[in-house]
Design a protein around this ligand. Structure first.
Ligand SMILES: NC(=[NH2+])NCCC[C@H](N)C(=O)O
Ligand SMILES: O=C(O)CCC(=O)C(=O)O
Ligand SMILES: [Fe+2]
Length: 336
């Protein structure tokens, strides 16, 4: 097997090609949730530079690395305008529609983009920037506290297979934290316990109704409340014993009362902490997270709130829309 590659750096010609493509597409569709755009994404993605497409396909098929980076896209800092104060109340399409398209095109090479009715008012492409009043929250919109290591939407059976973060702006080089643990180094006894549904996990705060104003999704918020109250016990490791996948968010998990599973959870949490690396994204980077292998977080920072703050775009990708069929309004609907 070939060694998986971590970073693909576009040439300036490739970056210009991708930029022309997204600017053209932005004129042809109404916004990131335009159903026709979502239908057309894989066709349009075929026009991205071939080297980049091959890189992402290798990343997906090898399923070895926890993350990779596509680097060197052009971000039009003047066109996207200042970093907004909040994700609510933005125009549709936004000035950064071309950048949202770029993110969706990357996603289309890996699977199907989807969104949550219970997150960011059911938007498909999320904004990650600091919001006043939320500094100490364990959410993407926080800042002064380290965002602790997590699998994205770890509590949910339909969580993303891939999570994509695109950097629009990051003047202070605030790092995303990545942790790709070598799970084979864990004690066999701990490994066995981690493969069993011994661990209680709760929805994270970004899915709470109080952080959303969407009407008509009461059923979904009730379900989140139930998952919060329920004894939602899951396995932290799954898939092969030799090279397991991981789902974990210690901050939103309960410490088991039984000493054996408690020690196992502690061991894997310690391993995650010991395996951390900083990745400071620069404008034009797309960080592709394999949500079955990587835990991620973010270093603490001081927000500026002057329009120049760090600004990322985020989208969730599934390789199997069918598993959420019961919750989606139609075969092509993307919100669950
Ligand atoms: N350990 C954690 N902070 N977990 C929650 C992660 C943040 C969450 N994904 C958000 O959208 O804001
Ligand atoms: O800001 C980052 O680099 C990561 C944010 C994140 O993990 C999240 O919003 O879930
Ligand atoms: Fe995250």
């Amino acid at each position: 097997m070939s060694t998986p590659k971590r970073i693909y750096t576009l040439s300036s010609e490739e970056a210009a090609e991708a930029e022309n493509l997204t600017l053209r597409i932005a004129k042809e569709y109404s916004g990131p949730a335009d159903e026709q755009l979502l239908r057309d994404l894989p066709l349009l993605a075929a026009e991205l530079p071939v080297g980049q497409r091959r890189f992402l396909r290798d990343f997906a098929l090898e399923d070895e690395l926890g993350y990779c980076v596509v680097r060197g896209h052009n971000i039009d800092d003047a066109r996207i305008g200042p970093t907004p104060q909040h994700w609510r109340g933005r125009p549709n399409p936004t000035p950064e529609f071309a950048e949202e398209i770029l993110l969706l095109l990357h996603g289309a090479l890996l699977g199907e983009p989807f969104g949550w009715k219970t997150q960011q008012d059911a938007r498909l492409v999320h904004d990650i920037f600091p919001i006043k009043g939320f500094e100490t929250e364990q959410m993407g919109i926080g800042s002064t506290d380290t965002l602790t290591l997590h699998t994205e939407d770890a509590f949910h059976p339909w969580r993303a297979d891939y999570l994509l973060l695109e950097c629009l702006r990051n003047p202070d080089r605030v790092a995303t934290i990545v942790s790709e643990p070598d799970l084979r180094s864990l004690d066999p006894e701990h490994l066995a316990l981690l493969h069993e549904p011994n661990f209680l996990i709760r929805p994270d705060d970004s899915h709470l109704a109080k952080h959303n104003v969407t009407q008509g999704v009461d059923a979904e918020f009730s379900e989140i409340d139930e998952m919060k109250a329920d004894d939602n016990r899951v396995a932290v490791l799954y898939g092969s014993r030799e090279h397991p996948y991981i789902r974990i968010d210690p901050y939103f998990m309960e410490i088991p009362t039984d000493p054996a599973p408690r020690a196992a959870l502690q061991a894997v949490s310690d391993l995650l902490e010991a395996s951390c690396l900083d990745v400071a994204l620069t404008p034009g980077d797309v960080l592709v997270i394999n949500n079955h292998r990587l835990a991620h977080g973010r270093q603490a920072f001081q927000a500026r709130y002057d329009g120049t703050d760090r600004w990322l775009k985020r989208v969730s990708i599934t390789t199997d829309l069918r598993k959420s069929h019961e919750r989606r309004a139609s075969a092509t609907a993307r919100l669950i």
